[in-house]
Design a protein around this ligand. Structure first.
Ligand code: ZN
Length: 220
């Protein structure tokens, strides 16, 4: 007999994490391009983020998009699209165009900005960038170094890497699109979500393999 599945978080009801969701309003739009392997996975932090930012965040699952569709998503409404991605080290197997600089004026208008996020393992997100040249043409936003003392529990487990949820919340806070109280709510949502995961030891180990969003400091 199949286990009952929660229709909202798509997990077995015994592992439902919907109680962790804390919906917030955010002025910057978030477009999450999610690798298909992440979509049905237990550690789908992008789905938690989409549930917490229901009006601002949307997820498109795929690996390769036709350029007309992608151009419409990125530029169809006149907003500025920036890619949340750290400076990339050269990789002869997956060479990338150098990104244009991020115009400083964009940072003063968070409501006119769309943050584009690649949700996949580090290698898969690099490949998504490689196979979708329009994404390479986006200016990039890199995360500032996080003040010491934050995320200290997970830092010990996951040096220089973050889940999609954490990376996006930090970026939105950095842009001023989230107020400090909202960031705190989202931090608490993530902590609650982690708490609701079965077998946290195995879960941390799985996340550690993932290496979704290395710190910019990971390259120094
Ligand atoms: Zn649920």
């Amino acid at each position: 007999m199949q286990r009952p599945v929660c229709p909202l978080c798509l997990r077995p009801c015994s592992a439902c994490w919907c109680a962790a969701v804390r919906p917030q309003v955010c002025s910057t739009e978030l477009l999450i391009l999610q690798h298909p392997q992440e979509a049905g996975h237990a550690k789908n932090t992008a789905l938690l983020l989409q549930r917490c930012l229901p009006e601002a965040a949307r997820i498109e699952v795929g690996e390769l998009w036709d350029s007309a569709t992608l151009a419409h998503w990125l530029h169809g409404d006149g907003k500025h699209s920036a890619l949340l991605y750290p400076p990339s080290a050269p990789d002869p197997q997956l060479p990338l165009q150098p990104p244009p600089p991020l115009p400083g004026a964009w940072l003063h208008e968070p409501a006119q900005l769309r943050l584009v996020v690649l949700d996949g393992t580090w290698r898969k997100s690099r490949k998504m960038l490689y196979t979708n040249p329009l994404l390479q043409q986006l200016p990039r936003l890199a995360l500032h170094t996080v003040p010491p003392g934050r995320y200290h529990i997970r830092k010990a487990q996951l040096p220089n890497q973050r889940s999609t949820f954490e990376a996006c919340v930090l970026a939105l806070a950095q842009l001023g699109a989230l107020q400090p109280a909202q960031q705190q709510q989202l931090d608490q949502a993530f902590a609650h979500w982690l708490h609701l995961q079965p077998q946290p030891g195995g879960f941390f180990a799985a996340l550690q393999q993932k290496r979704t969003h290395p710190d910019t400091t990971g390259y120094t």
